[in-house]
Design a protein around this ligand. Structure first.
Ligand code: ZN
Length: 242
């Protein structure tokens, strides 16, 4: 009996191997290819230089897929100019390409974060936009509910967008009275307000009230607000092993 117990214990210990050890090895085809040459990106009017591997740009962005086509001048010269893109915002995107994380914990403002949403749409980079909503959720857990999201997300997304749903849910389930007061001072899309009213009516009928963040996020899996679930494509977190 003791042998059996010790055997079971070993099996149990094996399955509880620390996660970091499990991730120490992976398949040779996993991760980003390292054979492609870097492309020079000149960001902002100052033309700050970034060197980013081509396959990362092409995999993440419809814009770069086209721009780096050999038939285009940019594709032949391996130089892409983005004069209207903020340098700091492009740096967040470029670092995200390599790590799957937003490197923005250094006082990046809401304005910079919204510019990430704008850049992701400009670049046709759906994974970056899913990562953006994860950042919003993480920020919401720490700093409270944002009041600015809908003015950025609604005009750039389709009706069934899960990012739109996040905008609405944060209002319907999380906003307090003072948040609603800010509706007067923000450029809130009318379509968003109509959707919120419909959702609130539904919640009112079902007796749902304001939720704490932990209850709000409870039972929602990590991809609940990710557009890739609607588009039936892999999650960026899987790609990055996050
Ligand atoms: Zn996902």
């Amino acid at each position: 009996m003791s042998d059996s117990n010790s055997s079971n214990k070993r099996a149990s210990n094996d399955s509880e191997e620390p996660t970091c050890q499990k991730k120490a090895r992976t398949f040779s085809d996993d991760g980003a290819p390292v054979e492609s040459e870097p492309v020079t990106i000149l960001a902002g009017e100052s033309e700050d230089k970034f060197f980013v591997h081509a396959h990362l740009l092409e995999l993440s962005s419809g814009f770069f897929q086209k721009a780096l086509n050999k038939e285009w001048k940019e594709g032949q010269e391996r130089v892409v100019r983005l004069p209207n893109v903020d340098v700091d915002v492009f740096r967040i995107y470029a670092k995200w390409l390599y790590t799957g994380r937003f490197h923005c914990l250094d006082g990046s403002t809401d304005v910079k974060l919204l510019a990430c949403d704008e850049l992701g749409n400009f670049l046709h980079a759906p994974d970056f936009l899913d990562a953006f909503v994860d950042v919003i959720l993480e920020q919401t857990a720490q700093l409270g509910t944002p009041t600015f999201l809908s003015s950025s997300i609604y005009p750039r997304s389709v009706k069934d967008s899960l990012h739109r749903k996040l905008c609405r849910d944060l209002v319907v389930y999380r906003w307090g009275y003072r948040n609603f007061d800010t509706l007067r001072s923000h450029a809130i899309p009318r379509e968003f307000l109509e959707d919120v009213l419909l959702d609130m009516k539904r919640n009112f009928d079902q007796g749902v009230t304001r939720l704490s963040f932990s209850r709000f996020i409870k039972d929602k899996d990590a991809c609940y607000y990710h557009e890739h679930t609607r588009l039936n494509t892999p999650c960026y977190k899987t790609k990055y092993g996050i």
